[in-house]
Design a protein around this ligand. Structure first.
Ligand code: S3P
Length: 449
């Protein structure tokens, strides 16, 4: 569907961040709460659900497969689970919009159903690699058609007999791991995945919360098909990936002091904290507690002088969505920051290495892309016009860059911020950003990067 209008952000220089605020719910956990809640026996009550376009796409897809879901109403959702074998064939293709997590996880889950299904997405999602899920699932006996270039639409042929496999994942991807584990619920015997590096483990934790056994030995984790899930209550913490923009913003804007409430600090997600601390950031973790199997805390962030670093490669999967914000921190740091081992950034909602390098160069920063990373020499940030490429995280990264820039920044094509962070502009302004929202015509895009 062609967009009829879009929005731009104009950020005036000179703001700083202060106060206490809570960013919206975790996107990864929100998706999984709908998926597992739908497959459970009994009702699942969710609070803190992210009412962003991506998680709503998942919610609508399960409604289209006959699941009764009430809400969302101020973050509250009630899912009346239909059991592992209770989904019904949807009437048409399931449109997952911009959401890679919905598409890849659902490919696994739908591979085990008795009916055929088709998954489609927007222009960006239709460019993203899907063979990474269809290959592994194919080895389990799933039949999934992609386009010749390995992209969506995905045609999933149901009524296949899936068998458990021991799968060594070629990429460190929580989406691939989760797709295999979800298919594993329907497979004969044990399905095991080995990850090349630790990735977010929300699927494993939530399966256990629903009473489904998951065994884990180091990088190897397994489920056995044929069990059951039992409905539960889920308290979704605030998304550290959304908090990241405020963590970086408060760090780079002199005089800032901000507290981010109830943030999920699962150790598979806290690369942003580790990386920024290595650069010299002042981040204090307060009131840490475990809620529903996930660690949660308040984060206090005060402005600090940063220095450039070589980002440890082991941190890359643990901060994979936070690099647009981290690159802004690097642009404000003294000296050189070097990122390597992050080729995955090229196949996110946009090519995030290129999009960030282009945008930082517009602001006068030396930012040189490499095949799997970037080299950024920090220093002076000017103003200018930035293309977000319709990528929510690129848009928000350049919005917070406005806190450290000497001139106004205008970020174009920001409509998709609503996929992960509805209300970003209002919340950021309430904390001290000087952002105005402008209406604009959508950019004409002929091809992806
Ligand atoms: C996600 C996994 C990551 C991340 C994405 C959410 C998830 O993707 O970038 O935003 O919820 O499993 P990859 O698995 O492609 O690394």
């Amino acid at each position: 569907m062609k967009k009829s209008n879009s929005i731009a952000y104009k950020i005036a220089p000179g703001g700083k961040l202060s106060g206490a605020l809570r960013v919206p719910g975790d996107k990864s956990i929100s998706h999984r709460s709908i998926m597992l809640g739908s497959l459970a026996d009994g009702t699942t009550s969710i609070r803190g659900f992210l009412e962003g376009a991506d998680s709503l796409a998942t919610l609508q897809a399960f409604r289209a497969m006959g699941v009764h879901i009430d809400g969302p109403e101020q973050g509250r959702v009630e899912v009346r689970g239909v059991g592992l074998h209770g989904l019904q064939a949807p009437n048409g293709a399931l449109d997952l919009g911009n959401s890679g997590t919905s598409m890849r996880l659902m490919a696994g889950l739908l591979a085990g159903q008795s009916f055929d299904s088709e998954l489609v997405g927007d222009e960006s999602l239709s460019r993203r690699p899907m063979r990474r899920v269809s290959d592994g699932l194919g080895r389990m006996g799933a039949v999934i058609e992609t386009t010749p270039s390995g992209t969506a639409p995905l045609k999933i042929h149901g009524a296949q007999r899936l068998r458990g496999i021991d799968y060594r994942m070629p990429v460190a991807s929580a989406q691939v791991k989760s797709a295999l584990l979800l298919a594993g619920l329907y497979a004969e015997g044990q399905t095991c995945v080995t990850e090349p590096a630790p990735t977010r483990d929300h699927t494993e934790r939530m399966l256990q919360g629903f009473g489904y056994e998951v065994t884990r030995h180091g990088s190897h984790c397994c489920v056995t098909g044929g069990g059951r899930l039992h409905g539960m209550s889920i308290d979704v913490p605030a998304d550290i990936s959304s908090a990241a923009f405020f963590i970086v913003g408060a760090t780079v804007a002199a005089g800032s002091d901000i507290t981010l409430r109830h943030v999920g600090i699962n150790p598979t997600r806290t690369g942003i904290i580790q990386i920024l601390r290595l650069m010299g950031a002042d981040i204090t973790v307060l009131s840490e507690q475990i809620i529903g199997g996930e660690p949660v805390a308040d984060l206090r962030v005060r402005s600090a002088r940063l220095k450039g670093i070589a980002i440890p490669e082991a941190q890359v999967p643990l901060a994979i969505d936070e690099f647009p914000a981290i690159f802004v921190a690097a642009a404000c740091a003294d000296g050189r920051t070097v990122l390597t081992g992050a080729g995955e950034l090229r196949v996110k909602e946009s090519d995030r290495i290129q999009a960030m390098a282009d945008g930082l160069q517009v602001l006068g920063v030396s930012a040189e892309p490499t095949a799997a990373g970037i080299v950024i020499d920090g220093g002076f940030l000017g103003g200018g016009d930035i293309d977000s490429h319709g990528d929510h995280r690129i848009a928000m990264a350049f919005a917070i860059a406005g806190l450290a820039a000497r001139d106004a920044i205008v970020v174009h094509d920001c409509e998709n911020v609503g996929t992960s962070f509805p209300g970003f502009a209002q919340l950021a302004n309430s904390a001290g950003l000087r952002l105005s929202v402008l209406e604009e015509r959508p950019p004409a895009r002929t091809s992806g990067r």
